[in-house]
Each structure stands twice: as structure tokens, then as C-alpha cells.
Design a protein around this ligand. Structure first.
Ligand code: A3P
Length: 316
């Protein structure tokens, strides 16, 4: 039985109307709390539909992240790694030279929100997709397919988010974004529950979930790309190693290279978020939080996160 997006919204209208709501500093839209997570209201029906209707294939790969934690970079690296046979990373016609990394793979909640999930069905295997949704919104993904998750020091995430949102709302005070991070009331938040869901899944099924850190990617991009390729079941061959494929991927996806491309300077991200694409490439480093928050603010956020993570074995 096929129903239109409007019918589906309608199907879930009662459930959605009963959800707790909040306005949040990080979002111009209303947030609704669905199964413990604050989602932009226009993505709640998408989350329900994802849970009910997304059919993962065994060879699917999903890049997952909390916003502003390195999604664009990981999208680019995963795409370049998976597509390396068809598109050699040093090639002059590589898609990443003419497309923004987000245009190289579909955004799950975007498709489900727009009633365009049939486009997913039409994709040839192996499919590569991207989501910011917490793991409970894609409940059949583990162990059905593979997931690559990236996390980042929440202090740097806050700074990155504030700059990003500032492109739409220059008057937005840093403190409001900081405070909504501390109390969890932000899009896809709380960040600690988002991270923990994927981290626990990675512990339970390391063959299915690869848990990466932005800071580690910065420290050793080539090593992390080798780990990624191995996890995806396509480790670099001796011939690829000898011809410098890993370094070509790292270089192709590097901050400086992507930032300089025309495809990443012009246009907007998507109609729901009319932020210029170049906002995705700001600083590309770790530790910028020292320039934006006092040591007291930093320890306050660190303590909240440490408290939430207590007993889980996870540390940032
Ligand atoms: P900063 O604002 O701290 O610079 P996301 O892609 O999840 O929205 O995350 C955006 C953050 O990743 C931004 O952080 C951005 O500069 C950084 N970033 C984007 N592309 C990158 C790359 N190729 N290498 C390193 N960092 C990158």
C-alpha cells in the first residue's frame, strides 16, 4: 500500500501533536521531543517513517553524525573510498571536484521528509547514505548494514554550530547555543545520547559500526582512511598502497582542497536551511573553543557531559 507524504503526516498527526515541544536557540523551527531526542518538527514524521519503512540492504553504508562534528569530511572520505574503482581519487573528473560532498550521497531524513524515499529504492547497491538521526530512528540498520559514525569534542561542536547558524542569524548570541547544548534542547540533541547510542552499537558490533573521532581524523587521516576501507570490506591493496591511493583520498578530501573548490563556494545547502555552502568549511581544526568560551564554561560543559557518560566507559 503506497501513501503520499501528506497521508503519512496525517497518519502520525495525533502522535506528533502529543509530543513535548520547545523552541531552541539553535533552530529557527520548533523542536519536538520524540523518543528522547529533540528533532526539528519537520523531521519527526520523517523519523517515524524511517523507523517503519527504511529497509536497509546488507551492503548499505550509512554515514552518521551529530551536526557540526565532521559530517562533510566523513561523507567525502567515505564516498571517495567506496567509489575509488570507478573514480580514482587523483582523477581529473572526480565527482568531489564538481559537487559538494553532501551532493554525493542522499540525506536520509531529507528524502523521507520530502516523500522521496522511492529514490533510495532506485539506487544501485552498494548504497551510501547520510543521516544526523540518532540510532533509534534507524533501528534495523544494525546489524543489517554498516554504519560509520563521527563524534567530536562537544565544545568545538558548539563553536562550529554557532558560527554556522550565525550565517543566517548574525545576532545569535554564543551563550544561547552554549546553553541549549548544555541542557540538550537542540536539533538531534542531547548530544551525549546521540553519541552513546552509536558508541554502544560499535562496542557490540564492531563489524557493523565504525566509531571515528574528528580529532583522530585530524591527527592521522591516512591511518583512519585505512581503517575505514578495511571496515568497509575493501582494504587498500598493495598496488593501491604503492600508487599512493590513500594519500590521494586524504588530499582530495582535505579541508584546504575542498574549501577552495568552486562547488563548495557557491550555492546553498538545502531549501530548509538556506545557508551558503562555504559555511561548511570554516576552520577545520580542533580546540577553537578556547577562543569562544571561558574556562568556567568549558568545565561546566565538560562536567555535564562527563556526568551523562558516567559508568558507560565512554570519554571524549
Ligand atoms: P569548524 O566550524 O570548527 O571549522 P559538519 O560537516 O558536520 O557540518 O561539520 C562542520 C565542521 O567540519 C566545521 O568545523 C568544518 O570546518 C569542518 N570541516 C569540513 N570539512 C572538513 C575537512 N575536509 N577537514 C576537516 N574539517 C572539515
Amino acid at each position: 500500500l503506497v501513501s503520499s507524504p501528506e497521508q503519512r503526516e496525517e497518519e502520525h498527526a495525533d502522535l506528533i501533536a502529543a509530543l513535548p515541544s520547545a523552541s531552541a536557540a539553535d533552530s529557527p523551527v520548533k523542536l519536538l521531543r520524540y523518543q528522547g531526542f529533540w528533532l526539528p518538527d519537520f523531521y519527526v514524521a520523517a523519523a517515524i517513517n524511517l523507523q517503519q519503512r527504511f529497509e536497509p540492504r546488507r551492503d548499505d553504508v550509512i554515514v552518521a553524525s551529530f551536526p557540526k562534528c565532521g559530517t562533510t569530511w566523513l561523507n567525502a572520505l567515505t564516498f571517495a573510498t567506496m567509489a575509488r574503482a570507478a573514480y580514482p581519487p587523483a582523477g581529473a573528473d572526480h565527482p568531489l571536484l564538481r559537487l559538494n560532498p553532501h551532493q554525493c550521497l542522499p540525506f536520509l531524513e531529507g528524502l523521507f521528509q520530502g516523500g522521496r524515499e522511492a529514490e533510495l529504492e532506485a539506487l544501485p547497491s552498494p548504497r551510501l547514505m547520510n543521516t544526523h538521526m540518532p540510532l533509534p530512528m534507524v533501528p534495523r540498520a544494525v546489524p543489517a548494514c554498516r554504519l560509520v559514525y563521527i563524534c567530536r569534542d562537544p565544545k568545538d561542536m558548539v563553536v562550529s554550530l554557532w558560527h554556522f547558524l550565525g550565517r543566517l542569524r548574525p545576532e545569535l548570541p554564543f551563550n544561547s547555543v552554549f546553553e541549549c547544548t548544555c541542557d540538550g534542547t537542540m536539533s538531534y540533541g542531547p548530544v551525549w545520547d546521540h553519541v552513546l547510542g552509536y558508541w554502544r552499537a560499535a562496542i557490540a558490533r564492531p563489524d557493523k559500526v565504525l566509531f571515528l573521532r574528528y580529532e583522530e581524523l585530524l591527527r592521522d587521516p591516512a591511518g583512519q582512511v585505512r581503517t575505514l576501507a578495511g571496515f568497509l570490506g575493501t582494504p587498500f591493496s598493495a598496488a593501491e598502497e604503492a600508487s599512493g591511493t590513500v594519500d590521494s583520498i586524504v588530499k582530495l578530501c582535505s579541508f584546504g582542497h575542498l574549501k577552495g573548490l568552486e562547488a563548495n563556494k557557491i550555492g546553498h545547502l538545502n531549501p530548509l536551511l538556506p545557508i551558503p555552502r562555504d559555511a561548511l568549511f570554516r576552520n577545520g581544526a580542533s580546540g577553537d573553543w578556547v577562543n569562544h568560551m571561558t574556562p568556567e564554561m568549558a568545565s561546566h560543559l565538560d562536567e555535564i557531559v562527563a556526568e551523562k557518560m558516567r559508568g558507560t566507559g565512554f570519554t571524549f
